[in-house]
Design a protein around this ligand. Structure first.
Ligand code: ZN
Length: 152
């Protein structure tokens, strides 16, 4: 079972990392918790928060409370609790938009990728919403290393 999440406003870094490893994680810093909880309930998502006190009348279907400010511990906790495959879906989702990226023809992104990367890589992916281009370059390798360190 693959869980989907709504991430509370103060947890932006966690939300970005969840997307990085391929999780569907809604994050919107301009929405109040009531709205976020409503979305989570309507869409069957887990509401993830670090708040100690939630709105009194909030009726939350699926709640996950984090009790640490350390984002690495937060991420590790989420991966363990929800049994998230953090290795095989890396870079499959846009960190900015939460959209699944799609593979695009190399020629299409020629003007949007540094020459060295364009020449060195054969697979490129694009976010259908913001059109940001992704490839498995240095940033990918650094992310893999960082995840290994976090999960050790
Ligand atoms: Zn995007």
């Amino acid at each position: 079972m693959e869980y989907r999440f709504v991430i509370d406003t103060m947890l932006e870094k966690l939300a970005r990392w969840l997307r990085l490893i391929g999780c569907d994680a809604i994050f919107n810093s301009r929405m109040d918790p009531k709205k976020l909880i409503q979305i989570a309930n309507e869409e069957g998502r887990v509401f993830v928060t670090r708040r100690r006190f939630l709105p009194e009348d909030a009726d939350i279907k699926y709640l996950h409370k984090l009790n640490t400010e350390d984002f690495e511990e937060q991420l590790k906790n989420m991966i363990e609790v929800f049994k998230i495959d953090y290795q095989n879906n890396l870079f499959t989702r846009c960190v900015e938009c939460n959209e699944k990226v799609v593979k695009v023809d190399k020629e299409v992104v020629k003007d949007r990728v540094p020459k060295m990367s364009w020449e060195g890589f054969s697979e490129f992916y694009e976010c259908p919403r913001c059109k940001k281009v992704f490839w498995k370059g240095a940033h990918y390798n650094n992310t893999v290393k960082k995840l290994e360190k976090i999960m050790r």
